[in-house]
Design a protein around this ligand. Structure first.
Ligand SMILES: N[C@@H](CCC(=O)N[C@@H](CS)C(=O)NCC(=O)O)C(=O)O
Length: 231
């Protein structure tokens, strides 16, 4: 059973969660869209996740979580795709649903999530959180190699000199890819292929990204990570 969201139609969207690469995604897109939102800055694996209010909404106990009118969804990629479609009048960050461009766009999103994010989470679990998930050097090494193979595929997609994954326009697919690259570099200490450097710098220079990084990584979140960037 899915609990009912507590926002009413017309309220600004309410977003739960800060402090990780996953929570950065909706915060970043909301800044790109310049949409006002209410942020509940709860941090993973802290008492702030245990409040009755959050637990009533999220049986799963995971951030990010978005409430928007009748909609309540988790899964960071689903949230950003929903926001891109919902606030299309504020800026276009995904091609029109049902078009070949959108199909290609969504392929890139799924790739980022299943071939990059999920692989990084293997490293995070078995290297960064051994007290919960157990340490496994073999799993971590294999995941690092696999991640590099995925990064090489993204490099290949960008190798014709295009600025962004789908050409001249920054999209949700770029936002998902960049959050994975950040996580790889800052937390997993993976050295990215040099050819991705230009793309990395271009996306990092977006004002909404800078703003979102500040919103998403308060000092206590960085301290919890023990790093200068996302997890
Ligand atoms: N696939 C989900 C992953 C969500 C997720 O694992 N969130 C972490 C923070 S990055 C969390 O809430 N962890 C709490 C826990 O596992 O107890 C997404 O992309 O939103």
């Amino acid at each position: 059973m899915t609990p009912t969201p507590s926002t009413a139609p017309g309220d600004p969207p309410r977003l739960w969660g800060v402090g990780t690469g996953r929570t950065l995604r909706p915060i970043w897109l909301l800044h790109e869209l310049d949409v006002a939102f209410e942020l509940r800055p709860i941090l993973t694996r802290t008492a702030s996740m245990q409040t009755p209010e959050f637990q009533a909404l999220s049986g799963r106990g995971k951030i990010p979580l978005l409430e928007d009118g009748d909609v309540m969804i988790g899964e960071s990629a689903a949230i950003v795709l929903y926001l891109a479609d919902r606030f299309r009048d504020r800026g276009v960050f995904a091609p029109e649903p049902g078009t070949p461009e959108r199909a290609q766009h969504d392929e890139l999103c799924w790739f980022a999530m299943t071939e990059m994010d999920a692989i990084l989470y293997t490293i995070r679990r078995h290297e960064g959180l051994p007290e919960i998930y157990g340490a496994s050097r073999v799993a971590v090494e294999a995941a690092r190699e696999y991640f590099l193979r995925s990064a090489a595929e993204m490099e290949r997609r960008l190798s014709d000199g295009r600025s962004y994954l789908q050409g001249d326009e920054f999209s949700v697919a770029d936002l998902l890819l960049k959050t994975c690259l950040d996580w790889a570099v800052m937390v997993c200490k993976i050295e990215l292929p040099a050819a991705l450097g230009g793309y990395f710098g271009l996306v990092s220079a977006r004002p909404a990204y800078t703003l979102a990084m500040k919103t998403n990584f308060p000092p206590e979140a960085l301290a919890a990570l023990g790093v200068g960037g996302p997890s």
